[in-house]
Write a protein that binds this ligand. Structure first.
Ligand SMILES: CCCCC/C=C\C/C=C\CCC/C=C/C(=O)SCCNC(=O)CCNC(=O)[C@H](O)C(C)(C)COP(=O)(O)OP(=O)(O)OC[C@H]1O[C@@H](n2cnc3c(N)ncnc32)[C@H](O)[C@@H]1OP(=O)(O)O
Length: 302
């Protein structure tokens, strides 16, 4: 028999200033106290959520072709779908993965941070912050099934997870490569990396903008396991099954104890961080670097 559940979506989620939701993309949302949703398969235009065969587990698949860049829309949908899963107490774990062949996520959408106005940069950065805070502090067990390239913001997203399984394909790479674009990973990107691979390895990786192929990513501790490409999702699900054996309250309190101080670093100065981002990204020299990088990406094909 089909499993169904009632999911309450708090109205406050609809009122956040950055969440200029496009109703057409989020057919399941209604601006009233809540809405009934079948957990058979739900989600939105760019984020598909499917319950896995194991009870209490969902697979969240990003489908923002061609490269799953983290556009404002994708970020917004991600946060709303995560909140929906968190509010539905039947779910305890989520696998995050991609529908774009060979790409987990190309990171922040460069068209959101290049050639726009300061108000847009501020709105976009707030959405990036929100994505990080929500994932990093989620009470759910999150496992990243990294089935492709995973640079910059894509890497950040995977680093918020509790465990990372990556496809063992030397064509793929993962890392915070911001300096290669002439930009700087902000302190909370850096903190997330330091918490994962340690200070010295982060210092080197961040300065050089290193993108690690899978074997090196495993060595440095950026991912936890490599598997053949066709086993990424199934392995992520079996990892979750192991984590599910731990009592939720103990695991959640432990996760919070480990991560809250890092998240507080941003929570205490969110507005200042937005201002820093806007003034940095609005500089002519930074905009030029980004334009050149985008042009190179676009020329690659031709
Ligand atoms: C002390 C002061 C400190 C102040 C600090 C304050 C603030 C901090 C400031 C800034 C922080 C910003 C942090 C930024 C984080 C990011 O995530 S930036 C994004 C970085 N991403 C990348 O570098 C990845 C770029 N993409 C690729 O390498 C490749 O596209 C690929 C993902 C490996 C896939 O390769 P392939 O399959 O060959 O696909 P194509 O390269 O042909 O790409 C297809 C089309 O997609 C476009 N595209 C690719 N990536 C992006 C992207 N990130 N955003 C937007 N668009 C992207 C690409 O141009 C192609 O488009 P066309 O089809 O040619 O139009």
């Amino acid at each position: 028999m089909a499993l169904t559940a009632v999911v309450r979506i708090p109205t406050r989620a609809l009122l956040r200033p950055w969440a200029r939701l496009r109703d057409s993309a989020l057919g399941w949302m209604e601006p009233v106290g809540g809405v009934e949703v079948s957990t058979q398969r739900f989600g939105s235009q760019r984020v598909l959520v499917e319950p896995a065969s194991a009870a209490g587990v969902a697979v969240m698949t990003f489908k923002n072709p061609p490269v799953n860049s983290l556009s404002l829309e994708l970020l917004t949908e991600l946060v709303i779908n995560l909140e929906k899963l968190e509010n539905d107490k039947t779910f305890r774990g989520v696998v995050l993965t991609s529908d774009c062949p060979g790409i987990f996520s190309a990171g922040l959408d460069l068209t959101e941070i290049c050639g726009r106005n300061p108000a847009h940069y501020a709105e976009y950065w707030k959405a990036v912050q929100e994505m990080w805070l929500r994932l990093y502090l989620s009470n759910l067990m999150l496992v990243a099934a990294i089935n492709g390239a995973c640079p910059a913001g894509g890497c950040l997203m995977s680093l918020t997870c509790d465990y990372r399984v990556m496809a063992d394909n030397p064509k793929y790479a993962i890392g915070l490569n911001e300096t290669l674009l002439g930009i700087v990973a902000p302190f909370w990107f850096k903190d997330t990396l330091v918490n994962t691979i340690g200070h010295r390895a982060s210092e080197r990786a961040l300065q050089l903008g290193l993108l690690f192929p899978p074997t090196e990513a495993l060595q440095v501790g950026m991912v936890d396991r490599l598997v053949p490409e066709d086993q990424v999702q199934s392995t992520a699900l079996s990892v979750l099954a192991q984590w599910m054996a731990i009592p939720d309250h103990a695991r959640q309190l432990t996760k919070n104890m480990m991560r809250k101080p890092t998240a507080d670093g941003l929570l205490k100065k969110r507005d200042e961080d937005i201002q820093n981002f806007v003034s940095f990204i609005s500089r002519d020299s930074i905009q030029k670097s980004l334009q050149m990088y985008l042009a190179k990406l676009r020329q690659k094909k031709g």
